[in-house]
Ligand binder design. Structure first.
Ligand code: ADP
Length: 220
C-alpha cells in the first residue's frame, strides 16, 4: 500500500535515474506523473507512464497547475543541473509535499538538499561505487549498507560457519555477525535457524556491523 493509501508520485526529471524509477513504480501499480523540460523525453515515456508532461519545474506556478501540490510523494530526479535540483526541491517543500525524495550527484549537493529539508536524499553514484568496491576487493557476492554502520552481505560461507549447527558455531559471539539466510547450490534461499548446518560451498546472508561483516566475509 502507498503512504496513507495514496499511490501517486510525481517524478521530476526523466533522465536515466528518473525514467528507471518511474518505470519501476508503474510496474508496482503506482500512478506516475513524469515531468521534464525535454519534450523528446516526455514523448518517449508518455505511453509508459500514467501522465507525462513538458514542464519547467523550477516554476512553482507550473507545478501548481499540474496538481503536484496535492501529491503526497515526489522525486526530484535532476542531478547535473544542481541549481534546478535546488529550485525544484524548494518549490515542493513550499507546497508542503509530505514525502520528497531527491537524488544528489555529490556529497555537497546532498548536504544542501538535506539542509533545505528534503526528506530523503540519495547519492546513487556514491552508494553504488561503495557497494561495487566491496564486491571487487573481497569475496562478497553482494553488499548492502544501512544507515552508517550496519550491513547485509551475501557471501560464500567461510569454514568457521560450516559443519556444526549455527547455534553452536559461535559465529555471533566470535565475529559479531548473524547468519540469516542460506542457499545450497541448486536450491532456493531459505531462512537460517540455530539448527541449520551450513556446508562448504553454501552461500549465506549475514548481517551485522559493517566492519564485522566485512571481516567475516574475508575469512576463508
Ligand atoms: P540522469 O543522470 O539520471 O540522466 P540528469 O541530471 O542528467 O540525470 O537528467 C535530469 C533530467 O531532468 C533531464 O532529462 C532534464 O531535462 C530534466 N530537467 C532538468 N531541469 C529540469 C527542470 N527545471 N524541470 C523539469 N525537468 C528538468
Amino acid at each position: 500500500a502507498g503512504r496513507g493509501g495514496d499511490q501517486r508520485v510525481a517524478v521530476i526529471g526523466l533522465g536515466r535515474f528518473g525514467s528507471s524509477l518511474a518505470s519501476e513504480l508503474m510496474r508496482r501499480g503506482w500512478d506516475v506523473l513524469g515531468l521534464d523540460t525535454d519534450a523528446r523525453l516526455v514523448q518517449k515515456y508518455s505511453d509508459a507512464l500514467t501522465h507525462a508532461a513538458v514542464a519547467d519545474c523550477t516554476d512553482g506556478e507550473a507545478l501548481r497547475q499540474l496538481g503536484v501540490n496535492e501529491f503526497t510523494s515526489a522525486v526530484v530526479a535532476i542531478g547535473t543541473d544542481i541549481e534546478a535540483s535546488i529550485l525544484v526541491s524548494t518549490n515542493l517543500l513550499e507546497a508542503d509535499v509530505p514525502n520528497i525524495w531527491a537524488k544528489a550527484i555529490s556529497r555537497q549537493h546532498g548536504q544542501i538538499l538535506e539542509r533545505l529539508g528534503v526528506h530523503h536524499v540519495v547519492l546513487p553514484e556514491h552508494e553504488m561505487g561503495e557497494r561495487v568496491a566491496h564486491l571487487v576487493t573481497g569475496r562478497m557476492l553482494d553488499f548492502i549498507q544501512f544507515d552508517d554502520d550496519y550491513a547485509l552481505v551475501k557471501t560464500v560461507a567461510p569454514t568457521v560457519a560450516t559443519g556444526v549447527p549455527l547455534g553452536q558455531s559461535q559465529v555471533r559471539s566470535r565475529f559479531g555477525v548473524t547468519v540469516v539466510g542460506i542457499k545450497r547450490s541448486g536450491e532456493d534461499f531459505t531462512y537460517a535457524t540455530a539448527e541449520t548446518v551450513v556446508q562448504r560451498g553454501d552461500v549465506i546472508i549475514v548481517t551485522g556491523r559493517t566492519h564485522a561483516v566485512e571481516a567475516f566475509a574475508e575469512l576463508s
